[in-house]
Design a protein around this ligand. Structure first.
Ligand code: NAD
Ligand code: TYD
Length: 362
């Protein structure tokens, strides 16, 4: 099939790990819409954070295949790379929540470090036997949290900022980044790394700040703000993260790292206030109005990083990527999405989730 969207482009055969999670699913939607002639194989273990319904509207498409499986399963990964003649691996699969990494770090080391190593080894073997190895790409999706915490007047993280991870989550992501980097330097494997700031948008699992606040406002439950609420995050709409990864896969230089961010630094308490305002405006029958009455300051997260901020100059100047969404516009879209997709998030508030919630917020 000829790809009409980009006539000179060589089609790709992708494996997307973690494609049933929040960002991975948004990315699969983005790729299937943008490059309908490409083959996309999703490999996802469907942990508590994986949700096949995130891909429901794509089910039945001939070019999309879903495989339930673990990235640590070398035999399965080898088989998929070979039988599907994969040339591009985009790696989202991870344990991704800082609070869970504090409660139980082992799963983070297993998936984020051992899983990434398994993929690297399998891809290296596959790439070595390739007819057109120059077309191959191993894209590793990482986080700005590997750089540690900034003071309020520090410059934003750039690609040369030393790594200083502070949580088991960020330490395990840092470990995986180092392995990916080493596979380029040692073996010449065409790897790419992106380190992105906090994402938000559709299909965001309820445990994270923005969906948690949206859902608790709709249910009339307290809005737990950690510590003094002055911590700063640099928020990026998930669609912009997907377009940035698309840009790096096509135009990034192998072996390079690119930081991705929206230049949208917001204090947690201000973000929660904005969500309350949007819900007051958009939700017709809130149990508690104004929603601000639900704001509750709770015990701080151990080792809570104070501030993250991304300097995205490199991807902007070298590859021409810029975000399309403002934080005001993106938050409005997100609040509307959670308002109109209660059937998506209600089933996720399972007994397992309630037990987790009690452990963190008790
Ligand atoms: P998520 O927790 O929503 O989804 C992770 C997905 O990976 C789930 O579908 C899960 O089932 C799958 N998975 C977990 N372990 C697996 C395993 N062993 N084998 C196969 N699949 C497995 O995470 P997310 O928020 O979508 O994040 C995706 C990636 O982006 C992660 O690597 C994360 O570190 C990175 N990242 C996230 C953010 C953010 O704000 N959420 C920001 C920057 C980078
Ligand atoms: P989170 O969405 O967990 O992302 P990360 O820790 O990876 O940045 O949290 C975003 C910020 O919101 C972070 O500073 C912790 C804070 N937070 C709360 O204040 N209350 C909450 O219930 C949660 C989940 C997070």
């Amino acid at each position: 099939m000829v790809d009409q969207t980009m006539p000179t482009r060589v089609p790709r055969k992708l494996i997307v790990t973690g494609g049933a999670g929040f960002i991975g699913a948004n990315f699969v939607h983005h790729w299937c819409q943008t490059y309908p002639g490409d083959r996309v194989v999703v490999l996802d273990a469907l942990t508590y954070a994986g949700n096949r319904s995130n891909l429901a509207s794509l089910e039945g498409k001939a070019n999309l295949r879903f495989v339930e499986g673990d990235i640590c399963d070398r035999v399965l990964v080898d088989e998929l790379l070979q039988t599907e003649a994969i040339d591009t691996l985009v790696h989202f699969a991870a344990e991704s929540h800082v609070d869970r990494s504090i409660l139980g770090p082992a799963a983070f080391v297993q998936t984020n470090v051992v899983g990434t190593f398994t993929l690297l080894e399998a891809f290296r073997q596959h790439w070595l036997g390739a007819d057109q190895p120059d077309h191959y790409r191993f894209h590793h999706v990482s986080t700005d949290e590997v750089y540690g915490s900034l003071e309020m007047d520090d410059p934003a993280f750039n690609e040369k900022t030393p790594y200083a991870p502070n949580s088991p989550y960020s330490a395990s992501k840092a470990g995986s980044d180092h392995l990916v980097r080493a596979y380029f330097h040692t073996y010449g494997m065409p790897t790419l790394i992106t380190n992105c700031s906090n994402n938000y948008g559709p299909y965001h699992f309820p445990e994270k700040l923005i969906p948690l606040m949206c859902i608790n406002i709709l249910m009339g439950k307290p809005l737990p703000v950690y510590g003094d609420g002055q911590n700063v995050r640099d928020w990026l709409y998930v669609g912009d993260h997907c377009s940035a990864i698309d840009t790096v896969v096509h135009r990034g230089t192998p072996g390079e790292t690119y930081n991705i961010g929206g230049n949208n630094e917001v204090k947690n308490i201000d973000l929660v206030q904005m969500l309350c305002e949007l819900m007051n405006e958009l939700a017709p029958d809130l149990p508690v109005r104004p929603a601000q009455n639900l704001i509750t300051f709770v015990k701080d997260r151990p080792g809570h990083d104070r501030r993250y901020a991304i300097d995205a100059t490199k991807i902007r100047t070298e590859l021409g990527w810029t975000p399309a969404e403002t934080v005001e516009g993106g938050l409005r879209r997100t609040v509307e999405w959670f308002l109109h997709h209660q059937e998506w998030w209600q089933p996720l508030l399972s007994e397992e989730y309630q037990a987790y919630y009690r452990q963190v917020y008790a």
